[in-house]
Design a protein around this ligand. Structure first.
Ligand SMILES: *Cc1c(COP(=O)(O)O)cnc(C)c1O
Length: 194
């Protein structure tokens, strides 16, 4: 997880030199960390934010959010996109945003995510097959002994879908609606595989 002090320093330096600070929240935004945007937990405000994948619930859509001063510098036609904002996907995205802004859902991700991190650390202690556990909310990476691809394929064979993030990191991104009971089943499979 990126160091918060580093981000604060980056904001100070970019402000001082009049440089735009852009946060890519395509994976960590939209509720994934337990707040609508991940930056809210750092106390550092960017000038621009990129959003995509979950924005329209899987339909193709991306978006760029920006402050007024940045927007004022953009001219019509400066920023084009093929699948940016058709009326159908835009209406789906509005619904998704509405659902993801629900304080109860975000609280679920924060509370259950804290529990998930605790459980992952417990597995790390029990199996000694994990070098490091890092993450927050419903976005976690575990550095494993051996290759992550091997763990991912074994997990899939046992009914659990996880991803790699680089050669040695297994990436865990559960659906935001996943319950503790469902996550516990996944954790059990993960521990067996490890
Ligand atoms: C997928 C992804 C992108 C690219 O998004 P596009 O909508 O395909 O341009 C950029 N950043 C991150 C973190 C991503 O996961």
């Amino acid at each position: 997880m990126i160091d918060h002090g580093f981000l604060r320093e980056l904001r100070a330096v970019t402000k001082e030199r009049n440089i735009a600070l852009i946060f890519d929240e395509i994976q960590c935004g939209l509720g994934r960390t337990g707040t609508l945007f991940a930056y809210e937990q750092v106390g550092v405000e960017p000038d621009m934010i990129t959003l995509a994948k979950p924005l329209a619930g899987g339909l193709p859509m991306g978006a760029v959010l920006m402050t007024e001063p940045i927007a004022a510098a953009m001219q019509y036609g400066d920023h084009g996109t093929t699948f940016g904002g058709g009326p159908f996907v835009a209406s789906v995205a509005l619904h998704v945003l509405d659902r993801l802004s629900d304080p109860a859902l975000l609280e679920h991700v924060r509370a259950t995510g804290t529990w998930l991190g605790h459980e992952l650390n417990e597995i790390a202690h029990r199996t000694s097959r994990i070098r490091q556990v890092r993450g927050t909310g419903f976005i976690w990476g575990i550095d494993v002994m051996g290759t992550a691809a091997h763990v991912v394929s074994e997990a899939m064979a046992h009914g659990l879908l996880v991803l790699t993030a680089g050669e040695y990191t297994v990436r865990i991104l559960p659906p935001l609606v996943a319950t503790k009971e469902e996550l516990a089943r996944g954790l059990h499979i993960l521990e067996e595989v490890l």
